[in-house]
Design a protein around this ligand. Structure first.
Ligand code: MN
Ligand code: MN
Length: 285
């Protein structure tokens, strides 16, 4: 019987490797759907998928996953955020990275979110104030001449809960929350040359059951309380009509694509970590 720690560790390792694999196959001319499905198949060899692979390009910051008929192809110069989640018995590893295809115009922007994460991780230990982590993220991103995205944040993770209650903002704020030993959190700085916040930009093809209901029992059986992709429902004989009905009833939440408010370019880097007495363990490396 594996411990909770072992499961987080295994999920983190698989998510980390899946992310590296995904980044390695993103290239000019490759389709989004091919990357999403290959990364998800990779995760499924050793774990379960915690949420649909998010492929968010240029000004899109988060929450896009392709449908089967998706026609998008990666192009030279695209700034691609790949965000991947794996779980073992509900213990989730959540990790993301940004890659620019065939050019390096946004190298500094990509480095800003990467260094913001590294600097944030360097100050984490039991007893650290979340506000200090947030301040470190904003300070680092500002030092590159960019802004953090204020309305996207890191989050605590618990079994089958991707967003378990505690938030880790990407900008300085006043708050007294403190991390304690054993806490598992995802830290995910987003940097932009735009306004520094995201707005909704249409449907993302990502859904989540948000209310326990008999009517949604077949969705709950397959996806539990974790986010799922529209393209997954067809494999289980579920229909878009039923999905839409559940959305209208408020039983299933439909995620929107999140785009930078002024069309700025966006980079993201994310790791899931476990807090220890004198630092933290990066689980998704
Ligand atoms: Mn993520
Ligand atoms: Mn996350």
């Amino acid at each position: 019987m594996k411990s909770m720690y072992d499961k987080f560790k295994l999920a983190g390792k698989i998510a980390g490797n899946a992310l590296k694999y995904g980044i390695s196959i993103i290239d000019e001319g490759v389709s989004y759907i091919e990357v999403a499905e290959k990364v998800e198949s990779y995760i499924l060899k050793n774990a379960k998928i915690a949420f649909p692979v998010n492929i968010s390009v240029n000004s899109i910051a988060a929450h896009y996953t392709p449908n089967p008929e998706d026609k998008y192809i990666f192009r030279r110069g695209d700034v691609v955020k790949l965000d991947v989640g794996a779980h073992v018995n509900g213990y989730i590893g959540d990790t993301a990275a940004t890659v620019e295809i065939g050019s390096n115009e946004y190298e500094k922007l990509i480095e800003a979110s990467k260094m913001a994460l590294e600097n944030a991780i360097s100050i984490v230990k039991a007893g650290v104030k979340v506000a200090d982590i947030s301040k470190e993220i904003e300070k680092t991103i500002n030092s590159y001449g960019y802004r953090p995205i204020r309305n996207l944040q890191g989050h605590s993770i618990e079994q089958y809960k991707l967003h378990a209650g505690l938030s880790i903002p990407n900008h300085a704020y006043n708050g007294r929350e403190v991390l304690k030993e054993g806490d598992v959190v995802a830290i995910e700085p987003f940097a932009t040359n735009g306004e520094g916040y995201v707005i909704d930009d249409g449907k993302s093809n990502i859904y989540q059951v948000i209310r326990k209901s008999q009517a949604a029992s077949d969705f709950i059986r397959h996806f539990g309380s974790l986010p799922f992709a529209e393209r997954w429902i067809y494999r289980h004989g579920l229909s878009k009509i039923k999905l839409n009905f559940m959305v209208r009833k408020g039983i299933i939440h439909s995620y929107n694509i999140l785009i930078e408010a002024k069309g700025g370019m966006v980079s993201q880097r994310e790791h899931t970590i476990m807090v220890t007495t004198d630092g933290c363990e990066v689980l998704t490396e």
